[in-house]
Design a protein around this ligand. Structure first.
Ligand SMILES: [Fe+2]
Length: 280
C-alpha cells in the first residue's frame, strides 16, 4: 500500500529561483537562506520518497486569468517548466505519476471534491522553487511528482478548512493505492508577504511563528482562520498559506516536527519552512 510518511512546506519566492539560476546562492544576501535548507535537502535525500504531491499555485503561467480552477490535479506524465517571461527556468522536466494521480482524482472526486483534471500543464516557480530548496539542482529530479494547483490568485480562494479536508481525502486515496509507494506531501507559498500597495513588504513574524507552531500542534486553530485575517495580519499574498493546510490534513493528527526554518527577508517576503513526520 502507498503511504504518506511526511509533510513539508516551503515558500516559493521567484527571486530564490533567480538566485539559483544565476549562481548567486553564495552572495551575502542569499547565503543565510540557502544555508537554512541544507538540513532539509539531507532529510529529503535520506527519506527518498517515490512520489511527492505538491500543493502549489500557478501564477498565470499554466492558467491565464481566463480560467482559474480552484483545485487542479496534474495527471500528465510530465510537466515542463513554464516560461515566466525570461524563458523557462533551467530545471529538469517534472515527471508525473499518472496512475496514482488518476487514482487520487477518482477517489477524491467521488468523496465530493470537484477537482479539475489536467492532462497537460507547465509548472512555474510556485512548484519548481520549492523543489530546488528540497532537492537542490540535480540534472534529473530523483522522484515523481503530482502537482496540485490551487487558486490563491483570484478571490475567492478555497477556505483553510476545505484545503485541510482535501488533504484528508488525498491521504485516503493514497492509502487505497495498491503499489508500495513512499509518498511525501508538500504545501508551498507564504509566509507573510504583500507584493504591492501601501503595505508592500509587510512582515508579521508573530503571525508566522504562531502559524508554524500550530501547524505542528493545533491545526484546528489554523483551519478556522478566515481569509480576511490572513490578508490583514500577514499581507494579501499570505493567503497562499491555505495550501499548507492541504499538507497538514494529509498527515496524522499528532506529528513530529523534524525541522523548521524562518528567514526574512527574501525579496521583501518572509520565507517559512517546516518538515513534519507521521509518527508511526
Ligand atoms: Fe506565489
Amino acid at each position: 500500500m502507498a503511504r504518506i510518511v511526511a509533510g513539508v512546506t516551503a515558500s516559493h519566492v521567484p527571486a530564490i529561483g533567480a538566485a539559483l539560476d544565476l549562481g548567486k546562492t553564495e552572495e551575502p544576501y542569499w547565503r543565510p537562506l540557502f544555508k537554512g535548507f541544507e538540513r532539509s535537502k539531507e532529510w529529503m535525500a535520506k527519506t527518498k520518497p517515490d512520489v511527492v504531491i505538491v500543493a502549489y499555485n500557478d501564477h498565470a503561467s499554466a492558467f491565464s486569468v481566463e480560467i482559474i480552477p480552484t483545485f487542479a490535479l496534474g495527471c500528465a506524465a510530465e510537466f515542463p517548466p513554464a516560461d515566466e517571461g525570461w524563458g523557462p527556468r533551467p530545471v529538469p522536466v517534472v515527471k508525473g505519476h499518472p496512475v496514482l494521480a488518476a487514482d487520487i482524482a477518482q477517489s477524491v472526486i467521488l468523496d465530493g471534491f470537484d477537482l479539475t483534471i489536467v492532462n497537460k500543464m507547465e509548472v512555474d516557480h510556485g512548484l519548481t522553487v520549492p523543489l530546488n530548496l528540497l532537492f537542490g539542482q540535480p540534472k534529473e529530479w530523483p522522484c515523481r511528482f503530482i502537482p496540485l494547483a490551487v487558486n490563491v490568485v483570484m478571490y475567492p480562494p478555497p477556505t483553510g478548512q476545505r484545503c485541510y479536508m482535501l488533504g484528508k481525502a488525498i491521504r485516503k486515496a493514497v492509502e487505497s493505492f495498491d503499489e508500495d509507494l513512499k509518498v511525501v506531501i508538500m504545501g508551498t507559498g507564504g509566509m507573510s508577504h504583500q507584493i504591492s500597495g501601501p503595505r508592500a513588504g509587510l512582515i508579521n513574524r508573530e503571525f508566522d511563528t504562531r502559524f508554524l507552531d500550530n501547524l505542528t500542534k493545533d491545526p484546528q486553530a489554523l483551519v478556522r482562520i478566515p481569509h480576511l485575517e490572513y490578508v490583514r495580519e500577514a499581507g494579501a499574498e499570505a493567503i497562499e498559506l491555505v495550501m499548507w493546510l492541504i499538507m497538514r490534513g494529509a498527515l496524522d493528527d499528532e506529528v513530529e516536527e523534524v525541522y523548521r526554518f524562518y528567514h526574512v527577508p527574501a525579496s521583501n517576503t518572509a520565507v517559512g519552512h517546516i518538515i513534519l513526520e507521521n509518527k508511526q
